[in-house]
Design a protein around this ligand. Structure first.
Ligand code: ZN
Length: 258
């Protein structure tokens, strides 16, 4: 009698333990499947090609999974260090006019944009003239200032690759143009967009290993002419950094990344 009771009690405990184990296994499977789904369906910052996901928990998870990252290239910075594939650009050290070097203007504005973005919690990479092979981020901007023998020529312009490398590049360009033209009040110098801008070496992933990934939207910006005194006043002010930051933030908000 005592022995039968003990057996029954032991069987009951074993059954209970099995139920707990099964429930635990089921729960872990549900969690793992959920995580796998999220990893597969939530867009990474570098593809940017998936539709925006609006649900708040998914947005939170997405940010945890892939923090917002922006690359800002300082045009002509350390051009002498270009690798062999870009050797012809080692002496492309930027314009010089009115006792001002373009690269100094590019650097000052890039640093100021970087500080403003970092204050918003965004990770920023300041990139030199040679970009890391197939660099990826939410977006890349290449900052330049123009110069001309004609001191009257002035204005702002921007370009993505001649045939956009992804569907986001025209959207990024539009946000930048809107913010920059509004804040700087510079004329739009779009008729002077050059072939070198439309086939910018750092965006030419088919030709160069040291280039921005095709999936990362990238735009080159000519922020004004250092050879024009009115433009130079703007370039020396806080306005370019403020305008470029606003353009970037508006783009990231549009993409549901902020
Ligand atoms: Zn330049």
């Amino acid at each position: 009698m005592v022995s039968a009771d003990v057996d029954r009690s032991l069987r009951k405990r074993k059954a209970l333990l099995r139920t707990f184990l099964l429930a635990g296994l089921l729960l872990s499977t549900v969690v793992l499947v959920g995580l796998a789904w999220s990893t597969k369906h939530i867009p990474t910052p570098t593809t940017g090609l998936s539709p925006t996901i609006n649900s708040s928990w998914q947005t939170a998870l997405k940010h945890l999974y892939s923090p917002v990252r922006v690359g800002i290239q300082i045009g002509h910075e350390r051009a002498l260090e270009h690798p062999e594939e870009l050797a012809r650009l080692r002496y492309s050290t930027g314009g010089y006019a009115n006792s001002v070097s373009e690269v100094d203007i590019n650097r000052k504005i890039a640093v100021a944009v970087g500080e403003r973005l970092e204050a918003l919690g965004i990770t920023v990479d300041l990139l030199p003239a040679t970009v890391p092979p197939l660099y990826r981020a939410d977006l890349v901007l290449s900052l330049h200032a123009d110069s001309s023998r004609d001191p009257m020529r002035r204005g702002y312009k921007s370009a993505h690759f001649r045939d956009p490398r992804n569907r986001l590049e025209p959207i990024l360009k539009q946000h930048l143009d809107e913010a920059y033209l509004k804040h700087s009040k510079l004329p739009h110098d779009e008729e002077n967009v050059s072939g070198a801008m439309l086939e910018y070496y750092a965006f030419n992933h088919k030709k160069y290993r040291h280039s921005i990934s095709q999936r990362t939207p990238a735009v080159i910006v000519e922020m004004g002419y250092i050879s024009n005194v009115e433009d130079l006043d703007v370039l020396r002010s806080e306005t370019p950094a403020q305008a470029i930051t606003e353009g970037i933030v508006n783009y990231l908000r549009d993409r549901g990344r902020l």
